[in-house]
Design a protein around this ligand. Structure first.
Ligand SMILES: [Zn+2]
Length: 140
């Protein structure tokens, strides 16, 4: 999934009652929805530390560890928002390889490159537009 799809999912998640109480929840949801790609694509495609863009931040340990950190620093409500946004990203990526248990489990990381599927990007832009409209119309 590309950036618009991840952002659309985060917007929809913000309408869940448990996530709409905290005023910082939306910012954390949006940031967490992009965080795995920001980290892994920067390391994989920018710095070339890994052969592709899903490894250090696309696993259960990064999800739990970063959620524990956010909860310890900003509290339980923020931790819920971070967990929801982050896990939403990982589940949305599951059409491809998500190394859920990296580094404890070995994965065959094939060399990849940053690419965008135009048709998928267009669909996700429509999804984001729809999510923004619904978000704006729904009572908060
Ligand atoms: Zn991703």
């Amino acid at each position: 999934m590309h950036i618009p799809g991840h952002l659309a999912i985060a917007l929809v998640q913000h309408r869940f009652p448990i996530l709409s109480k905290d005023k910082n929840a939306l910012k954390l949801l949006l940031l967490a929805s992009l965080f795995p790609d920001l980290v892994d694509k920067s390391l994989g495609y920018g710095l070339r530390v890994m052969p592709n863009g899903r490894h250090y931040a696309h696993n259960i340990f990064s999800l739990v560890g970063s959620t524990a950190f956010i909860t310890a620093v900003w509290g339980k409500e923020s931790g819920y928002a971070w967990f929801a946004g982050y896990s939403g990203h990982l589940f949305a990526d599951r059409s491809g390889l998500v190394p859920w248990f990296f580094p404890l489990q070995a994965y065959n990381f094939t060399k990849g490159r940053l690419s965008f599927d135009r048709a998928q990007l267009f669909k996700e832009m429509l999804f984001l537009l729809l999510a923004v409209i619904v978000y704006r119309l729904a009572p908060s």
